[in-house]
Design a protein. Structure first.
Length: 367
């Protein structure tokens, strides 16, 4: 055996595992089918701007241990995620807060906002929501739903809110303060210089092989490592023998604009269904850039088909049950460790990916 671990996927889970295994004297080979490391947090440098190639990534956590861990690889700036939403010719602050309600109803006080929302919900009189539309209406009323939730959600999921199950939305937080900070977490920011700073440091002790398909590679190198850490699709690993799990996919149209400031904010959501993209990201604002030009990315949500790039799992009852069958099947393979969004079929924020990787490391090395 040439390596202790073959790590499939150079995303955050794979990078953390490689770093921690290396610290324990283990030899790792990290492979990735893409031509770069970093997975979906990879940043591409365009006109001296760190472009979040696979969509906006803002690090946030309330776990001090995870915050201290990630700060060991990079210094973070003080970026606060404060997206805005465009509906027709109207612009609203997110998340739903007093700035949103003030703009929507020309009011000033929390009592006024609560009264309007309560009246709208009571008028609808939805006792048991049968779908996502009824669930959202029963939580926030008509105006917020119609302007800021309906079209955006239908674009994200590719189907009518009346066809989506109610449990997709468990709650919709309404803030009755003038606070545009999207997250409630204690710690938040963007690594100065982009996320590559973190993943490059994590991989310093490992061998890395890019543009490499695991299934082709392992066929010609079956004895390359004692164990495998697999962060790809768990159903693909088993050749879809129990069935195909569902995912959503995302694609981006990125362009350079000859202006220093296109939209004045890093993330602007477009909530009308007739606007084909879900949002526009202006990357320089993540790091308070002063460059003379700007780079924007229009983000489109799409159905996933086999062979397309999967972005996040569709965690409904049917898919979760199928994943559980695959998870049980994986228990027979003691030399394979599954991880990450695709390997665990779970929507992870970055801090949760790091935590799950550290848990896997602890379990593997007994510390």
């Amino acid at each position: 055996m040439k390596y202790d671990y073959l790590i499939v996927g150079a995303g955050l889970f794979g990078c953390v595992f490689a770093y921690e295994a290396g610290k324990r004297g283990k030899k790792c080979l990290v492979i990735d089918k893409r031509n770069h490391t970093g997975g979906n947090i990879y940043c591409e440098k365009i006109r001296d701007i760190n472009v979040h190639k696979y969509g906006a990534h803002i690090f946030h956590t309330s776990d001090k241990k995870i915050w201290d861990y990630v700060c060991g690889f990079a210094e973070f700036n003080n970026y606060i995620n404060s997206p805005v939403a465009v509906y027709k010719d109207e612009l609203y602050n997110l998340p739903f807060n007093m700035n949103t309600f003030s703009r929507m109803w020309n009011i000033k006080t929390p009592a006024e906002a609560k009264k309007i929302i309560k009246e709208q919900i009571e008028k609808l009189d939805i006792k048991e929501p049968k779908n996502l539309e009824e669930q959202a209406l029963s939580l926030v009323g008509t105006d917020v739903y119609e302007k800021l939730i309906k079209g955006y959600t239908e674009k994200q999921w590719g189907r009518s809110c009346r066809e989506l199950p109610h449990f997709i939305i468990k709650r919709l937080p309404l803030r009755f303060t003038y606070d545009n900070n999207y997250f409630n977490d204690r710690y938040q920011g963007i690594p100065i210089g982009g996320y590559n700073v973190i993943t490059d440091k994590m991989l310093e002790g490992a061998d890395v092989k890019l543009s490499t398909d695991y299934f082709e590679f392992i066929e010609s190198n079956p004895d390359i490592a004692e164990k495998t850490v697999f962060t790809g699709q768990i159903d693909e690993f088993y050749n879809y023998k129990l069935g195909v799990l569902e995912y959503r996919s995302v694609h981006f149209e990125t362009e350079i604009l000859e202006t220093d400031n296109y939209q004045g904010n890093a993330v602007v959501n477009y909530t009308e269904k007739d606007v084909p993209f879900t949002r526009i990201i202006e990357h320089k604002h993540f790091e308070f850039g002063k460059q003379p030009e700007t780079v924007i990315s229009r983000e489109y949500s799409s159905e996933w088909t086999k062979g397309a790039e999967p972005y996040y799992p569709v965690n409904n009852d049917k898919n979760n049950a199928l994943y559980e069958e695959y998870r049980k099947l994986s228990e027979n393979d003691s030399n394979i460790i599954f991880g990450g969004r695709l390997g665990n079929y779970k929507y992870y924020d970055m801090d949760k990916v790091i935590a799950s990787a550290l848990d896997a490391v602890s379990k593997e090395f007994g510390d």
